[in-house]
Design a protein around this ligand. Structure first.
Ligand code: NI
Length: 255
């Protein structure tokens, strides 16, 4: 039993074989998938897939790459979508200082506006962060107790992990943990309190080592769980069960 807590199977790279991808996930025990929006179009497509498939949930939001696109009208659209029973989170939102596809001040403004919406709607958030812990963690610390969610694709060190869980956040570990040189991520996967751990693919990107170079997909989640289990001296099954329970607790699903 596994849940892929972060997938982008609504995008074009899956147009030719999306149903087969979903079936392969079910075949290896990936029972649920959270599909993450990165802009208006991909958020709407995530909602549509969630309506069509019982085991799919959706998240809507504006990625920092597209922060310049965020308007009050779009925030209103997200607000309406968040009332949908299958839309369980706001995101991915955050800061990306690695590619800086939107100016940093505009990224911060879009991030704060969407955090306001998350507070208003009392919905968990999916955080995207690249080279921006120094700004993201203080922003989240100011809202501690009023927001919760997951720092997806976590690549920080133990100290940053500890600060993140002190704020109340979960940590999403993906395919990077399987890469031989990913020492920080492996240390976090080994030491994080189990009740704060989520697993994810971030497909079609960040394919685990055994398929590296190919398109990623939700059926590779067990390979990520297996690597985490090896690091923790646990079992793939236990990591699957615990992360499934964590997901259901955080997002209020599985009832
Ligand atoms: Ni993503």
């Amino acid at each position: 039993m596994f849940i892929d807590s972060h997938a982008h199977i609504q995008i074009d790279q899956f147009n030719s074989d999306r149903d087969a991808v979903l079936q392969r996930a079910l075949d290896v025990g990936v029972s649920n998938i959270l599909i993450i929006g990165i802009d208006v179009e991909t958020s709407q497509k995530a909602v549509e897939l969630a309506e069509k498939h019982e085991n799919i949930y959706a998240s809507v939001g504006m990625h920092p790459h597209s922060a310049t696109e965020l308007t009050d009208d779009i925030l209103s659209t997200f607000r309406v979508q968040l009332d949908h029973p299958k839309v369980i989170a706001l995101g991915e939102i955050g800061l990306d200082y690695y590619r800086n596809l939107s100016p940093q001040e505009i990224q911060k403004d879009a991030f704060e506006k969407q955090l306001d919406l998350a507070e208003e709607m009392n919905t968990p958030i999916i955080i995207h962060n690249r080279d921006a812990y120094a700004d993201i963690l203080p922003i989240l610390e100011k809202r501690q107790g009023k927001i919760n969610g997951v720092l997806h694709c976590f690549t920080g060190n133990i100290e940053l992990m500890q600060r993140s869980i002190d704020i109340g956040f979960h940590i999403g570990i993906g395919g990077i943990v399987t890469y031989p040189n990913a020492k920080d991520v492996q240390a976090v996967a080994k030491q994080i309190p189990l009740e704060r751990l989520l697993i994810e693919t971030d497909c079609p990107w960040l394919t685990p080592q055994f398929r590296r170079g190919k398109r990623n997909e939700p059926s590779y989640v067990p390979a990520i769980a297996k690597k985490i289990a090896e690091l923790r001296n646990s079992t793939t099954e236990e990591i699957g069960v615990v992360t499934t329970n964590n997901f259901n607790t955080l997002f209020g699903t599985g009832l």
